[in-house]
Design a protein around this ligand. Structure first.
Ligand code: OGA
Ligand code: MN
Length: 224
């Protein structure tokens, strides 16, 4: 087993038992929830960036895909900021996500070929109603579709009374399977089409990153 994380940058290199655990969980149950998952240097640096007041970068999040994308405050009230690698820590996050992508492709043959992610800020009262992140056989206009969703949390000292849980449901969307506290360092990974989920109203500022690995159209008909 090799664990090669640069503790200063969080930069990551090689196989990691964490990635192996995520692969095993996805294979056996379609989701994975891991406390203290991110390298501490990486999650701390991301938290520091999130705490730096730069509010104009965050804009209300929409619903739907490309052309049908609309603001719908009845569905979701979070504010988001896409991660494009502007800062060193954003690039570290993208490197880390890419290492996970490569590992999952190697282990599960998912054919994940790209990744997009955004910071999300739920102010007190904000929520995201039950939804799935992708629909079977309904790719985006560019022929890609989301296959795997990733969420990471940056909320030190989150208490049960603070709300804002991520509730995951079975495929029918009826039975709740798990309620996740958005605690600092917790990582959630799940199959985008198969796991309906919602964010309960937060009672204090709640920070996360949500990301999606995609396949392109030529891969969509292959068994995954
Ligand atoms: C999303 C989402 C979950 C969370 O952005 O699609 O479901 O816990 N986020 O922030
Ligand atoms: Mn979602």
């Amino acid at each position: 087993m090799s664990l090669a994380i640069d503790s200063n940058t969080g930069r990551f290199d090689g196989d990691d038992p964490l990635f192996e655990r995520i692969a095993g969980d996805i294979q056996s149950q379609g989701w994975s929830v891991i406390p203290n998952a991110l390298p501490i240097a990486l999650s701390s640096a991301l938290l520091t960036q999130l705490q730096t007041p730069d509010d104009e970068r965050f804009t209300p999040a929409g619903v739907g895909r490309s052309a049908d994308h609309v603001l719908n405050p009845f569905v979701r009230r979070d504010e988001i900021c896409w991660i494009e690698g502007r800062t060193a820590v954003e690039r570290d996050w993208l490197n880390w996500s890419n290492s996970l992508r490569l590992h999952l492709n190697k282990r599960l043959f998912l054919g994940l070929f790209s990744f997009e992610s955004h910071f999300a800020h739920y102010r007190p009262g904000a929520f995201y109603k039950k939804h799935v992140d992708a629909f079977k056989n309904q790719p985006f206009k560019d022929g890609t579709n989301r296959v795997l969703s990733v969420v990471a949390y940056f909320n030190p000292g989150w208490l049960p009374d603070d709300g804002g849980e991520l509730v995951m449901y079975d495929e029918s969307g009826v039975e709740s399977v798990l309620s996740v506290t958005p605690a600092f360092g917790t990582l959630v990974v799940f199959l985008s089409e198969d796991v309906p989920h919602e964010v309960k109203p937060a009672r204090r500022d709640r920070f996360s990153i949500a990301g999606w690995y995609r396949v392109n159209s030529s891969q969509l008909d292959l068994p995954r």
